[in-house]
Design a protein around this ligand. Structure first.
Ligand code: SF4
Length: 518
């Protein structure tokens, strides 16, 4: 692949629904796309070199960071990829070297094999993000770490279709462990989320907007701004942070600003404040706010200010705080409608008896999980319309930034519950699984027998690892949109339809009718 051509089809907005070949729709240039492939190939070589050896420490982190950085909208910095690839190659050499893997072969070859191999690669990238969030909180699971090596090693080998499917299911179980690990890491560090009303009002004075998923970055920033007269607002996937007791205790964590990631170029244009990106989704910053963008961890964009961590894992946010003071913040108070969050598994299972009682009494006729990523496509209005049209005697669980399509709607309550319950970030799919499993146990049936339907939206690779986890749990009849992944070949789609009953979304009315049998 030359520096002027590329091939990437890892996300939902891929060009023409087939693949980005000149420049990414996300803004990823060919020279960065090529480096993603080279880094991925070098990680496969590291996994080959590590085979059969006791590994740990630096090599583990190199793999997790390398995979995480290649997720859509994380890192656009070619120099970062060159430096990281060099470190990976050095680690491989230290282990005695390994047969080379040709990056050109990653996403090319037999259509179905490429489809299955790509699905595993993208799933591994997604899981790496969760493993990284757990890692910064000091939490590791050897089984999850081992699976990064195993997955990369197997990506570099030939398999039959059946073997690939078995690997994907095994990976789904590894990702379940990784989501459990992250849930444990977050709740150990910050407490169990509690139902919380989040302000969307604006207050006068300097402030910083924090976006992405990394709660530790938010925590460090809250500590460093406490008593400084600087307010902190969350954006997009950071909204659920307000529900954690150890984060919500900070009075200057004021509220949530804006909506989902794809609106950032509009929402940040006139913002009198800096923005800290802790993970995806970073869009190429417009000139109107370029000098206000700060990145940290795996996030990178050439020319923006990056805040590194020191040898002790601490980050110095002084430059970000200075920028907030310079910009001065909002001048006036503007009130906004509050949003609810904090219905993670602990909160929902604490009232499990009431939920079960309401289902048995016919007060709750059906539960929908309408969750996943948001994105720019007009077809995503499906999710707004779907939730608007759900009958009043149904409950909607949601998670991830797809909720911004409907979390502002007033769809009422069922007994003591709001009809839409926000369980958290995308990794809190773990909460939805916990709730579904508990309900199945209470009703002495399988999750597939519950009055529960999953209507998911996907955009990037974390959705891939979550989907594989759901499939590995045997969950069937998931509706997926707004379009099916370009990397799923027709034959692989057939397998998914036959084995798991996966369906593309159609129209809200038709899907609701099919689900509820009316
Ligand atoms: Fe295209 Fe998505 Fe790849 Fe970006 S991440 S280059 S938009 S497929």
């Amino acid at each position: 692949m030359s520096d002027t051509s590329m091939f990437c089809f890892q996300c939902e907005q891929t060009a023409g629904g087939k693949g980005c070949t000149r420049v990414g729709v996300c803004g990823k240039p060919p020279e960065v796309a090529g480096r993603h492939d080279i880094l991925t190939a070098s990680l496969i070589e590291l996994a080959r070199a590590a085979k059969g050896k006791a590994i740990g420490g630096d090599a583990d982190l190199l793999i997790i960071e390398g995979l995480f950085a290649t997720i859509t909208n994380v890192n656009f910095d070619a120099a970062w990829f060159d430096a990281h690839t060099a470190k990976v190659r050095a680690a491989t050499a230290k282990l005695g070297g390994a047969p080379a893997f040709d990056p050109q072969t990653l996403f090319h070859g037999d259509t179905d094999v490429t489809s299955l191999r790509s699905t595993l690669i993208f799933g591994l990238r997604g899981m790496a993000a969760y493993a990284h969030h757990a890692h910064v909180l000091g939490q590791h699971d050897p089984l999850v770490t081992e699976w990064f090596y195993k997955g990369l090693f197997e990506v570099g080998r030939d398999h039959s279709v059946d073997e690939w499917v078995a690997l994907l299911m095994e990976f789904g179980q590894a990702n379940l462990k990784c989501m459990a690990l992250l849930d444990h890491a977050n709740t150990s560090a910050y407490g169990n989320p509690v139902p919380t009303q989040v302000s969307t009002s604006r207050e006068p004075g300097p402030f910083i907007v924090v976006t992405g998923h990394d709660l530790l970055d938010l925590k460090h920033l809250l500590e460093q701004t406490e008593g400084q007269g600087i307010n902190i607002y969350t954006h997009s996937e950071m909204l659920p942070a307000h529900a954690y007791p150890e984060l919500k205790k900070y009075k200057h964590l004021k509220g949530n600003y804006g909506t989902a990631w794809q609106n950032q170029q509009k929402e940040f244009a006139e913002l009198p404040a800096p923005i800290l990106f802790t993970t995806n989704c970073l869009m190429p910053p417009k000139a109107s706010y370029f000098d206000r963008v700060f990145t940290t961890a795996m996030v990178g964009f050439p020319g923006t200010q990056h805040i590194p961590e020191d040898a002790h894992g601490r980050k110095d946010f002084t430059s970000l705080i200075r920028k907030a003071r310079e910009l001065g913040g909002w001048k006036d108070t503007v009130s906004g409608k509050p949003l609810m969050t904090g219905f993670a598994h602990h909160a929902v299972l604490a009232v499990a008896d009431q939920v079960i009682g309401a289902i048995k009494a016919g007060l709750i006729k059906h539960i929908f999980l309408v969750g996943g990523c948001d994105g720019a496509k007009p077809g995503r209005n499906y999710y707004t319309e779907f939730v608007e049209k759900t009958p009043k005697d149904t409950l909607v669980l949601t998670l991830a930034c797809g909720k911004y399509r409907f979390n502002h709607l007033d769809v009422g309550t069922i007994g003591p519950f709001p009809r839409v319950l926000d369980m958290g970030q995308c990794n809190d799919a773990y909460s939805a699984i916990q709730v579904a499993v508990a309900l199945a146990k209470a009703f002495n049936c399988t999750v597939n027998d519950l009055p529960l339907s999953l209507v998911l939206s996907w955009y990037e690779q974390k959705a891939v690892c979550i989907l594989l986890t759901l499939l590995s749990l045997g969950i069937k009849n998931i509706r997926l949109g707004p379009t099916l992944p370009a990397f799923v070949s027709p034959a692989v789609l057939n397998v998914l339809v036959e084995k798991f009953g996966i369906k593309p979304i159609t129209k809200p009315d038709d899907d609701l009718k099919a689900i509820l049998g009316k």
